[in-house]
Design a protein around this ligand. Structure first.
Ligand code: ATP
Ligand code: AMP
Ligand code: MG
Length: 192
């Protein structure tokens, strides 16, 4: 059996990961190329529903041990997906009450075995506005300075992931109004 290629896309809240992944799939479908997309947070949420959590933005407020259990459960589920190319929409870290919690600690990397990382960023001011204007989510509304700090933490966290897993990082700047351009860049970069 051909091994499933796992592509992990990360970025801070509101940077545009889910939007970019949807556009990427839309463009690939036009080319009759199929990829499977899974949202790490959605898999965690499905499991959390048993504990009466029904909002994806409530997961990061749970005690760290509960988040860890859900994270492990999601990682194991993802490792069983056998599709040829799997894109995983997730985070390099989560802002929790206990501080920055890694989205891809070593034990998760060992389970998922990512082939590539895609690191999405955008101008801090644009991320700020995207968070402010997106009424579908309960994101933390932080200052632009905090967003700059989050972008730096993302770089640091993802560097460790790359070193631990030996897999490369593609960096992408998701410019305002340029979702299609960014999605085309992703397709080219991962060779689909
Ligand atoms: P989260 O980590 O919280 O799930 P996310 O990274 O998946 O966030 P999205 O939900 O994809 O972010 O996007 C956040 C908001 O920004 C949405 O309202 C989306 O329409 C908008 N957006 C994303 N990319 C762009 C872009 N390039 N130009 C303008 N708006 C954008
Ligand atoms: P999202 O829709 O991508 O924002 O995911 C919803 C929530 O799921 C996030 O806010 C986190 O609480 C959680 N989550 C997503 N990916 C991970 C991960 N790799 N590790 C831990 N928690 C995660
Ligand atoms: Mg998202």
């Amino acid at each position: 059996m051909v091994e499933s290629k796992k592509i992990v896309i990360v970025g801070i809240p509101g940077v545009g990961k889910t939007t970019l992944v949807s556009k990427t799939v839309e463009l690939l479908n036009l080319k009759k190329t199929t990829v499977s997309v899974y949202s790490f947070g959605t898999i965690m949420l499905e499991a959390a529903r048993k504990n009466n959590i029904h909002d994806r933005d409530a997961i990061r407020k749970l005690p760290i041990n509960d988040q860890k259990k859900l994270q492990l459960l999601a990682a194991n589920q993802i490792s069983n997906f056998n599709d040829k190319v799997v894109i995983i929409d997730t985070h390099a870290f989560i802002s929790t009450k206990s501080g920055f919690y890694p989205g891809l600690p070593e034990y998760v990397l060992k389970i998922i075995k990512p082939a590539n990382f895609i690191s999405v960023s955008a101008r801090p001011e644009e991320i700020y506005n995207r968070r402010m204007n997106d009424k579908t989510r309960n994101r933390i509304l932080t200052s632009i300075d905090t967003i700059k700090k989050e972008l730096a933490v993302q770089e640091a966290m993802l560097s460790s992931c790359s070193v631990l897993s030996g897999s490369p990082i593609i960096q992408i700047l998701n410019k305002e109004g340029k979702v299609t351009t960014s999605a085309e860049y992703i397709i080219k970069a991962i060779g689909l």
